[in-house]
Design a binder for this molecule. Structure first.
Ligand SMILES: [Zn+2]
Ligand SMILES: [Zn+2]
Length: 314
């Protein structure tokens, strides 16, 4: 209660001080350029931004007085958020922090608010807002709406430039949502679906044709690492997961096509070295590589001449 009073006092002081400062500045400005006043009688934009800041402080204060946002008060909280938006629709924290407050009690309304912010040209470089819209759909809606979340995750990836660390996080959600949709459509398990999604996107990127997302947005090394992880989880499943024959078949195909240069054991996907005939992890016979065409031995990588025959390496 005491902190509330202090909050309100600070706000009143801020409002009064801001008003005085504004008036003072205006007088000073008038001295400098008397025509200025006729040019802009109402500094509405600035004033609304100021109101939005005050309203935001009041909003945070008001939220502090609630134990939780639930069915009883969500309409009221939403109303205050909308009032904030009417003062300054370009304030990112309304969406990034404010919308989070109602996302559990009213995910549909949250997505509506976030969607409007996604279309706002001033916020067009903000990748967190579209990500959050997708996140609310898969995390807070019952049942999760993966299908409609996909375009938001895609937007977040595009806006983040596909390079920073946030992107890897957005990309995980994007692939996962696509996999969930595919799993439902094809009636296959999540892991199998995820591998199919990654493989399709890799294929599209590798062919340099337009995939669902432009291939340039994806780091293929990142995709390969993701694929290898899923391949390994299918080929060496933990006890709680029994892969179907089709899943294993796909994992084999991916190993052959995507990891042909990585020299992975086709049975267990462990990496092996030049000249190895058997996998050191599972004992399976593997395809030998790295033998000298002249003497049949294994040489250090990068040698110019065969040390046994003196012939120039191709
Ligand atoms: Zn092996
Ligand atoms: Zn040799």
């Amino acid at each position: 209660m005491k902190s509330n009073v202090i909050h309100i006092l600070i706000i009143i002081v801020a409002v009064v001080a801001g008003g005085l400062l504004g008036k003072n500045l205006q007088t000073k400005q008038m001295e400098l350029s008397p025509t200025r006043e006729t040019l802009s009688k109402l500094p509405l934009g600035g004033f609304h931004k100021f109101l939005a800041d005050v309203e935001w402080m009041l909003f945070v204060n008001y939220l502090g007085s609630l134990n939780t946002v639930n069915d009883d008060n969500v309409k009221q909280v939403t109303g205050r958020l909308k009032k904030l938006m009417s003062y300054d629709p370009n304030l990112p924290k309304i969406y990034q922090e404010g919308a989070a407050m109602i996302s559990i009690a009213d995910p549909q309304e949250t997505v509506k608010i976030l969607d409007a912010a996604c279309q706002n040209p001033t916020l067009k470089n903000n990748s967190q807002i579209p990500f959050y819209a997708g996140f609310v759909m898969v995390q807070h809606m019952t049942p999760p709406n993966y299908k409609d979340a996909i375009p938001y995750f895609k937007m977040a990836i595009e806006r983040s430039g596909g390079k920073d660390q946030g992107n890897a996080y957005y990309t995980s959600y994007y692939y996962r949502a696509k996999a969930k949709e595919l799993a439902k459509d094809k009636n296959i398990d999540d892991r199998h679906a995820l591998l199919q999604v990654l493989y399709d996107e890799w294929d599209a990127a590798a062919l340099n044709s337009r995939g669902d997302v432009p291939s340039s947005e994806f780091n293929s090394q990142d995709m390969k690492e993701r694929m290898l992880q899923v391949v390994r989880s299918i080929k060496n499943p933990s006890e709680d997961y029994k892969p179907t024959e089709a899943a294993v078949k796909l994992a084999d195909e991916v190993t052959k096509k995507v990891f042909s240069d990585a020299h992975l054991c086709h049975n267990c996907t462990a990496a092996y070295g030049p000249g190895d005939k058997y996998c050191s992890v599972c004992g399976t016979e593997i395809q030998v590589y790295g033998l000298c065409p002249f003497c049949g031995g294994v040489h250090e990588s990068g040698v110019k001449y065969c040390p046994k025959t003196g012939k120039k390496m191709p």
